[in-house]
Write a protein that binds this ligand. Structure first.
Ligand code: SF4
Ligand code: SF4
Length: 206
């Protein structure tokens, strides 16, 4: 996975970071977006200043939705979801989800990026695309995930690129916060179900 904003133009990022002055009086009520957001951006979509705090998720344009992803890769890990204990609101929270450090076959475990993101569904048909519609059923996402956080009315994590405007600083802070799969995951290829069950980790929490 990639840090989405690295794919935005510098002017777009600057535009998004600009304008606290125009937004301080606005109430922030962000809401939802789309998972595996690494497809091509629409050049006509601009990142509106402070969009994450000024608009609900349903009001975001394509580029803004994509820019929320921090590229952590956690959603590509194999996880166990206990559907028998899901609450009435379909809310898969911490006690119902266990993450392993085993990733989807398309993950490059060294970089933490999908090897063929653009054509991923040709290789992995069940790769989920996060949308406004399915986000409420995806509360198994990690607690730092911007989509989940905004959906729940929380702020972006402090290290998010949209806040720092500095990709290197963001990557350093993500490492310090123990976030991201790069360098510490293993491919599902050749692994048995029994072996996967032995690889539950606690460094990803829903
Ligand atoms: S868990 Fe959220 S922030 Fe991390 S890669 Fe997946 S969609 Fe992006
Ligand atoms: S194909 Fe696999 S590695 Fe690529 S985005 Fe989907 S789950 Fe992640």
């Amino acid at each position: 996975m990639t840090l989405n904003l690295l794919n935005q133009s510098e002017s777009q990022l600057a535009s998004a970071l600009d304008s606290k002055t125009t937004t301080d009086s606005d109430s922030a009520t962000p809401s939802a977006v789309r998972l595996f957001p690494h497809s091509q951006n629409d050049a006509n979509d601009l990142l509106r200043p402070q969009f994450w705090s000024r608009f609900s998720l349903s009001e975001l344009n394509h580029s803004e939705w994509e820019a929320l992803c921090d590229g952590c890769g956690s959603c590509c890990l194999i996880k166990y979801i206990d559907d028998d204990n899901v609450s009435d609101d379909n809310n898969h929270e911490a006690e119902m989800v266990e993450y392993t450090d085993v990733t989807c076959q398309l993950m490059d475990c060294a970089t933490g990026y999908c090897k063929h993101y653009a054509t991923r569904q040709e290789h992995v048909p069940d790769c989920i695309q996060l949308t406004m519609e399915n986000l409420p059923q995806m509360m198994w996402l990690p607690s730092h995930c911007a989509y989940k956080r905004l959906y729940k009315g929380q702020d972006l994590p402090s290290w998010h690129l949209l806040l720092t405007g500095d990709a290197v600083a963001t990557q350093q802070q993500m490492r310090a916060a123990n976030v991201g799969v790069a360098g510490r995951c293993i491919s599902e290829i050749g692994m048995t179900d029994e072996e996967m069950e032995e690889r539950v980790v606690n460094w990803v929490q829903p």
